[in-house]
Design a protein around this ligand. Structure first.
Ligand code: FES
Ligand SMILES: [Fe+2]
Length: 327
């Protein structure tokens, strides 16, 4: 056992995790993070907020409420809550001069919008700032789309899969169609929380690497929550990028936010890319949902590694280093 589940959850709570798509906030939405129910909403001035989803009055789900005059109104008795301070602004049943009980306070969390996603941290003591300088930036990618998919496995397995080269031939024969199962010598580089890897891929026109000619795939992962790959067409400035942000719904389930992005010269569209990535992730899901153990709290036990696992292993090491620091 790595740790008692509460300790492990406390450590993970010191990370920043994605909880909602920024484009989904026309009305409040509910989110789950480390088994906690959250309400995510946007007020009329455009600001996003993350709060506890459970109303302190009688436990109604606040994400089923509405945004009224810059506050979140509970659907049950209409109490209005300030999304930044958690103060109760109004109790309609008491009339306009009714006294608000001091205990009427809603727990709130920070909300940061980045790359089309709302991020939060459940701890008062985040391990890193956000967005951290080393998290991949939108850069030249003017256009992007965000999709989500859920897995019945933990965040480490989900990111390792995105860093795993040897599975492409077997799991993504339909969508990516690599020409050989053989993996070249991988040389991942570690710099603190960043683990990167460059691969040059020959394209024969029948595979699904987004370009018709040779490409360079620049993989980059940032622990604990981000994996990305920038795919650049050789001898051109055309590039597209995939970001995979993981969020621990619990110790044994994960929501992945997939962001597809492209430079203006990219031959495809970010919508087509997202549809394809969702297909690729669905292929992964058939495997990942059945990997044992599913929970981060359970001992992995003995696993056999080879040089073809070098990148996912480097990520695993960095993730456990982060977790150690977060404890
Ligand atoms: S339960 Fe929310 S106002 Fe009563
Ligand atoms: Fe995969």
């Amino acid at each position: 056992v790595i740790a008692d589940p509460p300790t492990l959850t406390d450590a993970l709570a010191r990370g920043w995790w994605p909880v909602a798509r920024a484009g989904d906030l026309d009305t409040p939405v509910t989110a789950t993070l480390l088994d906690r129910s959250l309400a995510v909403f946007r007020t009329d001035d455009g600001r996003a907020f993350v709060t506890e989803d459970v109303c302190p009055h009688r436990g109604a789900s606040l994400s089923r409420g509405t945004v009224v005059e810059g506050a979140l109104q509970c659907p049950y008795h209409g109490w209005q809550w300030d999304g930044s301070t958690g103060a109760c602004l109004q109790i309609p049943a008491l009339g306009s001069d009714g006294a608000i009980p001091p205990a009427a306070r809603l727990r709130t969390y920070p909300a940061v919008e980045y790359l089309g996603v709302v991020w939060t941290c459940l701890s008062d003591d985040p391990l890193d700032g956000f967005p951290h300088a080393d998290v991949p930036k939108p850069g030249d990618f003017a256009d992007f789309r965000v999709g989500t998919i859920d897995f019945e496995t933990n965040v480490l397995v989900a990111v390792e899969n995105f860093r795993d080269v040897a599975h492409l031939y077997f799991v993504h024969g339909e969508s990516i169609n690599p020409s050989s199962p053989e993996v070249e010598r991988l040389e991942p580089k570690r710099d603190g929380r960043v683990i990167s890897l460059e691969r040059r891929v020959e394209i024969d026109g029948t595979d699904g690497f987004y370009f018709d000619s040779a490409t360079v795939m620049s993989y980059r992962a940032f622990v604990p929550h981000c994996a990305s790959v920038v795919i650049t067409e050789e001898n051109s400035d055309n590039a597209c990028a995939l970001f995979s942000f993981v969020s621990p719904l619990s110790l044994a389930s994960t929501r992945v936010f997939i962001v597809t992005a492209a430079t203006p010269g990219f031959q495809g569209t970010v919508d087509d890319m997202l549809a394809k990535e969702l297909q690729i992730f669905a292929e992964d899901k058939a495997i990942l949902d059945h990997i044992r153990p599913a929970s981060l709290a359970d001992e992995v036990g003995h696993q056999v590694h080879t040089v073809a696992d070098a990148y996912s292993l480097a990520y695993r090491k960095a993730f456990f280093d982060w977790l150690e620091e977060a404890r």
